[in-house]
Write a protein that binds this ligand. Sequence first.
Ligand code: AMP
Ligand code: ZN
Length: 114
Amino acid sequence: MDDCIFCRIVRGELPSDKVLETDEVLAFKDIRPQAPVHVLLIPKKHIPSAHHVTEEDAALVGQLHLAAQRVAEQLGIAGTGYRLVTNIGTHGQQTVHHLHYHLIGGRQLQWPPG
Ligand code: AMP
Ligand code: ZN
């Protein structure tokens, strides 16, 4: 997608603070962190949201989860735990329409979310 900011990050047209990259997946620090660790995990393929994932994306979604584990280990929060969340659509308050998981941790998180 030409005007998608996360596709532009994938193409290197916008800068990002990368923490992990594979052929299919990219993880980089959120520009407005909500916790000491706040990383976004995205597929390089443009998928608008988790609601748009298809059967052919099943392995790719698995890769995102494995990447999340690796990032949590890498950043030292695997032992204390963290949250992996994806916002979908208007009520989900999704603002970037390219599938991404927020990996948030490094402090005690609260539940339920607002
Ligand atoms: P969401 O609101 O769930 O769609 O999440 C989008 C996230 O992308 C927000 O947490 C933003 O702070 C983050 N974000 C937007 N632009 C950038 C960027 N250029 N680099 C890193 N994170 C970004
Ligand atoms: Zn995109």
